[in-house]
Design a protein around this ligand. Sequence first.
Ligand code: SAH
Length: 370
Amino acid sequence: MEINMNRPQKLSELLNTAGRKELADILRYFVREARPEELSGLMRCASRLREQYYGKKVYFRGLIEFSSYCKRGCYYCGLQRNNANAVRYRLSEDEILACCGAGRKLGFRTFVLQSGEDPYHSDERLCGIVSGIKARFPDCAVTLSVGERSRDSYRRLFEAGADRYLLRHETADEAHYGTLHPPEQTLKNRMRCLYDLKELGYQVGAGFMVDSPGQTCETLAEDFAFLRRLQPQMVGIGPFIPHKDTRFADYCRPSSEKTVILLALVRVLLPKVLLPATTALGTIDPLGREKAFQAGANVLMPNLSPAAHRKDYNLYDNKICMGEEAAECVERLSGRVTAAGFVPDFSRGDHVDWENRLPRGRERILIRGE
Ligand code: SAH
């Protein structure tokens, strides 16, 4: 395959115009056939595009995993409702605020609130938590990652002050989606959620696991085509890692290489995207996150959850949570970022297209014409 790796814009154009079959061929080529020098060419392309918009900055976010209760049945996830071995916990609003306080002292200006789909968290409760955080830490962004909700719920949470929302689409291929989820969970609704979130004004993150059971280059081509349509501000990509209590317990373990290649390709597809080097990647490869930065990733999400509960937010086996990925060790982690040739950044770290917008409060005042 003839691909010019010295012209990042050209490669970007190719990924943005290719049809499904061509996309699948390009993906197959990079993940299976490309020679080492071609892969370094791809990494260079991805790095150059990232630098054009974000320089060498790596944005830090504090992750708070605030509930492990979940009403969903995603077949790959350790938190699924049918897993009787899962330890369930839920942080109180005060505990969540305490995490944010500790995080703010460490320098974080984005808090990512993630949980299973916990029915206890009605709109009213969640809105209270979001507005409580915004009232105490007005210079901080709040990112939610609490799964599928109604458009009205997303609207209320946005009005309460939430800035961003992470909801991986998991796979954009209908049949593949069906092998990963029970029948009542549909790709159509997942996509509806993402479009609603975008329309409401959130910075939105989609994404998928690499090497999830049943994934092929054709399903990945669907993922790329979907990302192209949605134009999300963030994309979360990490390796699938088996969890012992799931039907995929014995599914083979992935290598970090494929994830790193796909990160680079997503950076090329969406040059302005915010792209995390995920905990899952750090779990399967101690140098995984450094490799991700070389491939165009520019976000890190150290864990701010109370240490006592951390091991119970158990999406997959052996999840790292006590070492340098723990927010308490943020200095060591930022040392690693610096050593890898990047610049740790503790600002809110909005998407470039957001940086020039008015702050949210002001925007509303202007709309009301006051
Ligand atoms: N309930 C929220 C948060 C889910 S957990 C939601 O639905 O969005 C966040 C992500 O972890 C999921 O989107 C999924 O892509 C990932 N995940 C779940 N199980 C995993 C596994 N076994 N290996 C790797 N990633 C996993």
